[in-house]
Design a protein around this ligand. Structure first.
Ligand code: ZN
Length: 163
């Protein structure tokens, strides 16, 4: 009986992610295949849905809308901070992630998107929010997840978590 992608399976895949302009954003090329636990939200929902039912050796070009990817952009999620709000040794540069302490326990994960004189603009949108994602995927291996992997919600070993 051949394995197919389903909940509770660890799937190893090679993938290339490109944006609508054809630029490669991420790829497993030259690395070991990425391993993920199907049904555990390890990957964006639109890709997980389209991989479901595929067998080893399958190739798919999956188009994932922002709604099923990293979400639509929230135009109100940008904030301008004074440079003086940052510690002296903080590497202020476009693309640097940072966590802002909000009200109480709330932490806002942001990226620096612009730096001007004494101001720093940060954006709490995921960098790929609002972007249609094109995944080219090859299914390399499918196996049953161990009980430990199911408990952790992610695969262990090659291509997965090491801890
Ligand atoms: Zn683990």
């Amino acid at each position: 009986m051949s394995e197919t992608v389903a909940a509770g399976k660890v799937v190893h895949m090679h993938y290339t992610l490109t944006n609508p302009e054809g630029e490669t954003l991420d790829s497993s090329e030259g690395r070991e295949p990425l391993a993920y636990l199907h049904g555990a939200s390890n990957i964006v929902p639109g890709l997980e849905r389209q991989l479901s039912g595929l067998a080893v050796g399958a190739h798919i070009d999956a188009v994932v809308s922002p709604a099923e990817g990293y979400g639509e952009r929230n135009p109100n999620a940008t904030h301008v901070l004074p440079k003086s709000a940052f510690p002296e040794d903080f590497p202020i540069a476009v693309g640097t992630p940072l966590a802002l302490q909000g009200e109480g326990e709330q932490v806002l994960h942001c990226f620096i998107v612009a730096v001007k004189e004494d101001q720093v603009m940060v954006d709490a949108n995921h960098p790929l929010a609002g972007v249609t994602l094109n995944f080219s995927v090859d299914i390399v291996e499918i196996r049953d997840a161990t009980d430990e992997e199911k408990t952790h919600g992610h695969p262990h070993g090659p291509g997965g978590h090491h801890h």
